[in-house]
Write a protein that binds this ligand. Structure first.
Ligand SMILES: *Cc1c(COP(=O)(O)O)cnc(C)c1O
Length: 424
């Protein structure tokens, strides 16, 4: 699919008067449209609920938009729970899907009456001894082995640290029932960033059959099945986006085939999508500040992996548009780099782009999820601001950029550091 930018050259020049690049920009209208399409695709299920994976884009302004669209939140840490609490999420609006969980995080989840999604069999005792088990609880399943769709190996659950084995689930449900649990959820996250409409229906088939088996073997009352995240987006322009309506219908087919005949037609379907909800609706707007000609041609940007770590961490592809040069031929080969003292700080390697000059704006696409949030402060680099293009066309600053003072704020070393002058 052709990649378009949220802002054109004239808009970026205008915005730069107030908010210099680099900045992250999010598109409110597109976020809302997509959230509505998701809701519509699963409207056949009475209890359907999306729990946005907060870790993807932990910004209260973004969470508020999704809250207005009827989404809950999926949290995995104390601060994500606190952020959700501040926005008024409570109880069944919050899914707490954590792993290697400290007791204080379970305590916080319990205080908010969030759904607790247990990652491991041993956490049953951990929870019981610490704060007791709630009336409703969810358990995370790991099928092990490799996960295939058709002839493609999609992911490798056998190597993943998450979840219960099937035997542990059967045993765990029984144990939890003895401890007083009345209602159960079942969760699994097997493959990440799937492009193609088969993943959710296939996963649903696996979880629905497992739910029937669990009900038969343990007598547990299963009230929801959480398909988690993993519905992906096409990062490269040669791929087509998933069709959420087709995905929703595929899950419905499995539901009617497996759950309804087993007397489980009242089960609510939950999702915990992050990437699908936000990735295409955020972009990182940067400027070329250097060019370097050695054994390769380098374009140096006024940002680095602190604003977008996926390329450095996974070699992930993010499409790049040079603003104002959208229609020029891509006849120059560049490595597009950030400023970290790390050779993996490259947003693109051997990328064919139009001829770039110092001062050109480069837009990195699909950074709306796992973009800002994954960034770090290596080299003492400071993270850029986040802006929102609102539905009325105006721009709102939804998180200011970090300053040196933020970076030094965790030291109690000397006042000079705290009060030191700096120029933006
Ligand atoms: C990260 C995560 C998600 C969201 O994953 P996406 O790939 O962004 O959809 C959902 N659930 C859990 C438990 C996660 O860890």
């Amino acid at each position: 699919m052709k990649k378009t930018t949220i802002l054109n050259l004239a808009q970026v020049r205008e915005i730069e008067q107030t908010y210099p690049t680099p900045f992250h920009i999010y598109d409110e209208k597109a976020i809302r449209q997509n959230a509505r399409a998701l809701k519509d695709a699963f409207s056949w299920n009475k209890g359907y609920h999306e729990y946005f994976a907060v870790k993807a884009t932990p910004n209260p302004f973004i969470l508020k938009i999704l809250q207005e669209e009827g989404c809950g939140v999926d949290c995995s840490s104390l601060t994500e729970l606190m952020l959700s609490e501040a926005l008024g999420f409570r109880g069944s609006d919050i899914m707490f899907s954590s792993n290697v969980t400290p007791m204080k995080e379970y305590k916080k989840a319990k205080a908010l009456h969030a759904y607790i999604n247990l990652d491991d069999y041993t956490h049953i005792d951990f929870l019981e001894k610490g704060i007791g088990v709630p009336e409703t609880i969810c358990c995370r399943y790991n099928p092990g082995g490799v996960f295939e769709l058709g002839t493609d190996i999609m992911d490798n659950p056998g190597e993943a640290k998450y979840g219960f084995t099937k035997e542990q689930l059967i045993d765990g449900y029984q144990k939890l029932m003895k401890l007083g649990v009345k209602n159960f959820g079942l969760h699994s996250f097997i493959a990440s960033n799937t492009v193609g409409n088969e993943y959710y229906p296939t996963l649903a088939g696996i979880l629905f059959r497992l739910a029937v088996e669990l009900k038969e073997k343990t007598g547990a009352n299963i009230t929801f099945i959480n398909l988690s995240g993993g519905v992906g987006i096409p990062y490269t322009p040669d791929k087509e986006p998933n069709d959420i309506k087709v995905i929703g219908e595929g899950v419905r087919e499995q539901f009617e085939k497996i759950l309804v005949p087993a007397g489980l037609g009242d089960v609510a379907i939950f999702t915990e999508l992050g990437r699908f909800m936000l990735a295409p609706y955020g972009q990182l707007v940067t400027k070329c500040i250097h060019q370097k000609h050695i054994y390769k041609e380098y374009i140096g940007l006024n940002t680095c992996a602190c604003d977008l770590m996926r390329p450095a961490m996974y070699g992930a592809y993010h499409h790049i548009t040079v603003l104002g040069k959208e229609n020029e031929p891509c006849d120059h080969k560049y490595d597009v780099t950030g400023s970290l003292c790390e050779n993996n700080d490259k947003f693109a390697v051997d990328r064919m782009l139009p001829a770039i000059e110092v001062g050109d704006y480069l837009v990195l696409h699909d950074t709306g999820a796992h973009g800002y949030s994954m960034g770090y402060n290596y080299n003492g680099k400071l993270k850029s601001p986040e802006l929102l293009l609102k539905e009325d066309g105006s721009i709102q600053l939804i998180r200011r950029g970090e300053t040196p003072r933020d970076y030094f704020s965790t030291f109690d070393f000397c006042d000079i550091l705290k009060d030191m002058k700096y120029e933006d």
